[in-house]
Design a protein. Structure first.
Length: 381
């Protein structure tokens, strides 16, 4: 139960401002995108930081305090209730990318500036010993802390009528097979691709199996179907139930992707009928392979300005893949014109990073600009 009166007051207010009719409308808008129907509006999610009335905590302070972790993680859902954009209300523990590497005993570096990052084992024999131990206990160590988050959150949310209906818990950050292998091994994995490819494949076998078991465990715990679900940013997953991150693979060649990444992504997607693929960096040299990978039903790019929205959208439509777009909106009007003045389908807008809004007032203005097919400002580095 909550220890802090400020947290109780914040959640009391949150529960009061949840508009269940609006939430149901957002469910339908997103469902229409997945069904390939012309939407009544383009699903749009405007990122902005939680306002001052929401209790904020630094990453390190919330790392080992489940209540502070829960309140921090609820901030984005609170923003959605305030703004009433098209996001659904979702929450997941914010421990960063290390959830699965921690289960293998890989140490983490935890800071307020860079959140969390695995140190990496960097040693071939240590990696081999890890492979020999097999899939780790999902409920030990960091796993126990992660599971406790959901137990705590479920107990708290059960006290609130509207949040109980509107809020969805999300499988914690599970990354993807090659990202996990990189986090576990460290930068030496790039040399191992050439010097010890057999060991890289053995590690990828193990982390792919672990990814599947981890995702399945939390889906079952949360009562979420294998083949659909909810995810971060307020996205509703209809075609497929998981996300894979390919942040490390964009550093690799197309040949390396073909041998060491795509087959394991296919395996990871298979039990969940696919899902969405995220990557940061420039993945243009891999995009055709990504779109041809069975299970890739949506794509999101963390650095979308490497692509042109108009041209990318045509590729996505040809592949029947939904685009979750976080880049420039300069060519949005052309997409509507090509669709006879109707809203284009297969497209969601997520403004974040350099296109994020500074506060709630700016978020409201930016949401209206997106609705009007107008570009929004891009912040300098």
């Amino acid at each position: 139960m909550l220890r802090t009166d400020a947290h109780k007051r914040a959640l009391d207010h949150f529960d009061k401002i949840v508009d269940l009719d609006h939430v149901r409308s957002c469910e339908q808008v997103q469902a229409n995108i997945w069904a390939g129907k012309t939407p009544q509006r383009i699903p749009t999610f405007i990122y902005f930081p939680p306002p001052s009335e929401w209790p904020p905590y630094p990453f390190t302070e919330a790392w080992d305090d489940v209540e502070k972790q829960f309140m921090t993680a609820m901030g984005m859902a609170y923003c959605g209730a305030l703004l009433k954009d098209d996001r659904l209300l979702t929450v997941t523990p914010e421990y960063g990318v290390v959830n699965i590497p921690e289960l293998f005993g890989v140490p983490s570096i935890v800071t307020d500036l860079g959140w969390s990052m695995s140190e990496g084992l960097q040693d071939l024999d240590t990696v081999r010993a890890l492979i020999d131990r097999g899939v780790p206990d999902l409920r030990s160590g960091h796993g126990a802390k992660t599971e406790a988050f959901f137990d705590f959150g479920a107990e708290v949310v059960a006290q609130y009528e509207n949040l109980s209906e509107a809020l969805h818990f999300v499988v914690p950050d599970n990354q993807g097979p090659f990202d996990l292998a990189h986090l576990i091994w460290g930068q030496e994995i790039f040399y191992a691709l050439y010097e010890h490819p057999d060991v890289v494949h053995q590690l990828l076998d193990l982390v792919t199996e672990t990814y599947i078991e981890f995702s399945r465990f939390y889906k079952q715990k949360l009562g979420e179907p294998a083949h659909s679900g909810y995810h971060i940013c307020g996205v509703r997953l209809v075609r497929g139930g998981v996300r894979i991150c390919d942040d490390t693979p964009v550093l690799c060649s197309a040949d390396t992707y073909r041998e060491f990444i795509r087959p394991y992504n296919e395996r990871a997607y298979a039990p969940f009928s696919g899902g969405w693929l995220h990557y940061c960096g420039d993945g243009n040299h891999l995009l055709q392979q990504m779109l041809a990978t069975p299970g890739v039903n949506a794509v999101h790019m963390g650095n979308p300005d490497h692509c042109d929205l108009y041209e990318l959208y045509q590729q996505m439509r040809a592949a029947e893949v939904v685009l979750i777009w976080s880049g420039s909106l300069e060519r949005m009007g052309e997409l509507r014109a090509d669709n006879g003045g109707r809203h284009p389908t297969g497209l969601m807008i997520l403004t974040e990073n350099r296109y994020a809004s500074a506060d709630l007032d700016h978020a409201r203005a930016d949401l209206q600009r997106v609705r009007d097919y107008q570009p929004i400002a891009k912040a300098p580095y």
